[in-house]
Every structure is written in C-alpha cells, then in structure tokens.
Write a protein that binds this ligand. Structure first.
Ligand SMILES: *Cc1c(COP(=O)(O)O)cnc(C)c1O
Length: 391
C-alpha cells in the first residue's frame, strides 16, 4: 500500500554504522532505522545469537514456558525498576499493552471508573487505534472512524494544566521522556519529577513510553534515570531488538497485579528468536563502560551540532535532545525533507521529525571518528540547503 513516502534508495548490506546501496554507494547511517539499530548493522554478537537460535527453535507460542523470555525478563528486572514483563513485537503494541495494564490496575483495585489517561500534545505512541487516540494527533486520526475514548491531552511541560486535567476518572499519565517523532522535544528532569509527584499524590500510574529513548539511546539504559525517578509501567521496543522486531511492557508487580491469565496475550510476542537477540542486545549495552562511552560520544555530537547551528544560523534554529537522540529544529523557511535529501546526497542518513526538525540518531557503537565524519557530511548538506534556499 502507498503508506510511505520512501526515499528511492535500496540497501543491500550493512556493517556497523555503514549501509551499502545496490548502486555500491556507502552511506553513514545516522538514522539507525529510526533508533532501532542500536548496535549498528550485522553486529557479530547479534548475528551469532540469531544464527544459533535459528538452528535450535523458532517458535512455540505462549502456551508453553519460553526459556528466552525468562532469561530476558530476568535481565530487565535486574537492570530496571520493573518486576514484571510482557513481551510483544512492536512499540505500538508495547504502548497499547501499557495502557491496558494501567486501566486494569484500577479495575482490580476497586476503582473501575478510573480509566482515562492523560497524554501530551506532540506525542507519538504508535499507529494502532488506541495509541493514535492516546497521542491525539489529528493528522494521523483523520479518516479512521471513531477515536478511541479515554484520553485527555495537555501541553508538554505545562504542570498547571496537567494537574487541572486530573479528575476522578484519571488512571494514569503517559509520556515520552523526549518526544522523538514529535521533534526531539525533551521533558526537563524537573518536569518528570513533578509528574511522578502528581501521580503519587493522586494515586495515578506513571506510564513512560521509552520506545525511542530507551536501550541506551540517551547514555543511560533508560532516559528516566537522568531524572532519578522510576515509572510504574514502561513501554520499550525499537533499540531493544537491534533490528529484530520485539517490544515489551515493563511494570512493577503492583501495577501489573491485574494482568492475570487470559487478560492479555500475543501469538508471536517474545518468541525464541526475538529473545535470543534481545538478550544479547541487553548484554552488550549493560557491559561495564558501554554507556559511559555513549555519554562521551554524545558530547562530541552535541558540540558538533551546536557548531553547525552557529555556522548555519540562517537554517537552524536550535539543537535539541540528549545522548544520541539529537535533533535540529529548522527555521520556518526550511523543510525537514530538504535537509534529509541534502544529507542523502552527501551519503549521510538522518531522519525527519515533527515540529519542523530533523533527527540525528547514530548507532550507539559509532566511533568518535564516525561522529566527526557524520558532522562534516551534515555541514556540507546544510551548505547545499543554504545554496538552494538563497536561489
Ligand atoms: C516508534 C515509536 C512508537 C511506535 O513503535 P512501532 O514499533 O512503530 O509500533 C511508539 N512510541 C514511541 C515513542 C516511538 O518512538
């Protein structure tokens, strides 16, 4: 179906931060398949894990215990706030699952009327009908019939409006620590802490969507760690499988208490292939020094982008984001596809985003040299755009 406005490039091979097109051209991948290829392409440990599992067992369904799920859940519960994990296949499913966990919690707590969820304008939680309703983006809802009930929306960062929106039917507050698709709009640590406090004060669950910000993307395993808070429920996907489709809903035991046999499920969720890869991704990212190295590279990228903003002040309004989830908000007369296209012409891949911005998302394994190379390519791309826009 014609659902995508695709670039006319076909990639046939990937290695580390590099992708080779069928034409033989090599591109530096600073999009990471939209924050998915966290460990780059063809990471030897991931390839080995998938190959080994492929020869043993692919799928059994969730009618039986799945060893890989127990292993990955063990690692996730050791590394995070979570005590319970549900495995699925995508970010939208993880968000949808998180919404179900939050509503069900109040239902089994004797508060069945508490089912509304407060979310934020500019958010993105996926393309299922409920997650579209959660984000409330009119553009994505148009023409798809009745909008799923039970979501209220406030402006990102507006604490007063948030508290005012809380009512007797509110079950949870749901947000991304950095709005990725929405234009790399970060939530301040103070705001995140204030949201946590509001949840505690009103008996609400805090649901974080770390589908894009998680798995080391910001230099911590999960972005909320920077604020020193923990959520009650969290959706993850994207970088979790390093390119293999897998997602998960993480929760405290308390928040997940309503998720009893039969309340939720997935045929493919957490199948042995996905678990073999996700387990290895977690091992690599949680190796001592890995995230510290990401934090160092982050500095290089941020400084470089700030340099580009100064150099191209007529095109770039501001540098946004954290870690290796960075963005450039463009001036109103510059359109993100122009910059993406100019970058492609410099054999650099970056990704467009909302709020007139572009995202720069190198794989977490990018070297300082590769980051330098990407910055130089982006600088040349901006020079191209400057030439075009002044014509
Ligand atoms: C990409 C994304 C999703 C949706 O993930 P899919 O795997 O495309 O369903 C949800 N939330 C956030 C924050 C995302 O970035």
């Amino acid at each position: 179906m014609g659902t995508y406005a695709r670039q006319d490039i076909v990639f046939v091979r990937g290695e580390g931060c590099w992708l080779t097109a069928e034409t033989g051209e090599r591109y530096l991948d600073f999009g990471s398949g939209v924050a998915v290829n966290s460990l780059g392409h063809a990471h030897p440990q991931l390839v080995a894990a998938l190959k080994a599992q492929a020869e043993k067992l692919w799928h059994t369904s969730n009618l039986y215990r799945v060893e890989g799920q127990e292993t990955v859940a063990d690692k996730l519960t050791r590394l995070t706030f979570a005590e319970q994990v549900f495995f699925c296949n995508s970010g939208a499913e993880a968000c949808e699952g998180a919404i179900k966990v939050a509503r069900r919690y109040h239902y089994v707590s004797g508060d069945p009327n508490r089912q509304r969820i407060i979310a934020f304008r500019g958010a993105f939680h996926g393309r299922t009908l409920a997650t579209l309703a959660a984000a409330g983006n009119e553009k994505y809802l148009e023409g798809f019939g009745p909008t799923a009930e039970g979501f209220d929306h406030v402006d990102l960062g507006d604490l007063e409006a948030l508290e005012a929106a809380i009512g007797p039917e509110t079950a949870a507050i749901m947000l991304e620590p950095i709005q990725g698709e929405g234009g790399v709009r970060a939530v301040s640590p103070e705001f995140l802490r204030a949201v946590r406090e509001l949840c505690d004060k009103h008996g609400l669950l805090l649901v974080l969507d770390e589908v894009q910000t998680g798995m080391g993307r910001t230099g911590k395993l999960f972005a909320h760690e920077w604020a020193g808070i923990t959520p009650d429920v969290m959706a993850i996907a994207k970088g979790f499988g390093g390119g293999f489709p897998v997602g998960a809903v993480l929760a405290t035991a308390k928040a997940a208490k309503g998720m009893t046999p039969g309340t939720h499920g997935s045929t493919f969720g957490g199948n042995p292939l996905a678990m073999a890869v996700a387990s290895t991704v977690l091992d690599v990212i949680s190796e001592p020094g890995f995230l510290e190295a990401v934090q160092l590279k982050t500095l290089r990228l941020k400084q470089g982008l700030e340099g580009l903003r100064d150099q191209h002040a007529e095109l770039v309004e501001e540098v946004r984001g954290a870690g290796l989830l960075m963005g450039l908000k463009l001036k109103a007369h510059v359109a993100p596809p122009q910059v993406v296209k100019a970058a492609n012409e410099e054999e650099l891949l970056i990704v467009g985003a909302g709020d007139n911005s572009v995202r720069v998302l190198p794989p977490l394994i990018a070297t300082e040299d590769e980051i330098g190379e990407g910055l130089r390519a982006l600088s040349r791309a901006l020079t191209r755009v400057a030439r075009e826009t002044s014509r």
